[in-house]
Write a protein that binds this ligand. Structure first.
Ligand SMILES: Cc1cn([C@H]2C[C@H](O)[C@@H](COP(=O)(O)OP(=O)(O)OP(=O)(O)O)O2)c(=O)[nH]c1=O
Length: 212
């Protein structure tokens, strides 16, 4: 069994759309990093913390036949600054002002862990360019509520799509899981897609787009 250690509805939808069977556990971890830790080691660390907390939870729930626990963390990085989830609407507006007209990186750390201590962590990077965004557009977008549970205060799968002028790398990595990398890696762990036929039933709107 694949166990997703996440509360993110987007991560669950991405895995489901790709045809993986999995169970979900909550993995509540501290997202505080040591002062001065760089973004890449930071997302690695948080992905590992989430996978380890998920494994503990799975075992406490009496789960068995575990193939792997998956933990992930997504960060937006502007220059050297890490933009996590905004604490309030004002911070969301500030983040979007800072991202306006700029190029930034989105990093997702992915950790796979099994009950025997096998651990594989990778950080995947996607580059995103935003056009200049007016103060009014930012206020409108923040008042929609969409930015509040998302790194960098935006959802590329939702209302922020119109701010994006270029993307280089995996799109699903920005939404929370790099599915191209992960599908290969899960295969290497003996975890196959079993439900590919369920894809494409949404008439052009993917489930992860509906789960903004
Ligand atoms: C940049 C961006 C982020 N996001 C989301 C993905 C992640 O869910 C979230 C970043 O927060 P994370 O801390 O990575 O994840 P989470 O708290 O939502 O879920 P969990 O820790 O339980 O797995 O931002 C989007 O959905 N779209 C985007 O365009």
């Amino acid at each position: 069994m694949l166990v997703l250690a996440s509360t993110s509805p987007r991560r669950a939808m991405l895995l489901q759309e790709a045809g993986f069977l999995f169970e979900t556990v909550k993995s509540i971890v501290s997202e505080t990093l040591p002062v001065g830790m760089l973004p890449k080691p930071g997302v690695r660390e948080l992905a590992e913390r989430k996978a380890r907390a998920g494994l503990k939870q799975w075992l406490e729930l009496g789960g068995n036949s575990l193939d792997a626990v998956l933990g992930a963390d997504t960060m937006v990085v502007l220059d050297t600054r890490i933009l996590g989830k905004p604490a309030n609407p004002q911070e969301a507006e500030e983040m979007l002002h800072d991202l306006s007209g700029r190029n930034h990186a989105v990093l997702t750390g992915v950790a796979l862990l099994n009950g025997l201590g096998k651990l594989k962590i990778e950080v995947i990077e996607t580059s995103v360019v935003f056009r200049p965004i007016s103060t009014e557009e930012i206020k409108d977008y923040v008042s929609s509520g969409e930015p509040m549970d998302k790194a960098g205060a935006y959802g590329i799968q939702g209302g922020a799509k119109k701010f994006v002028t270029a993307i280089e790398g995996s799109l699903t990595n920005v939404i929370g899981l790099p599915m191209e990398y992960l599908t290969e890696q899960l295969k290497a762990w003996g975890i196959e897609q079993i439900n590919i036929a369920s894809r494409g039933v949404n008439h052009g709107v993917s489930a992860s787009e509906r789960f903004t």
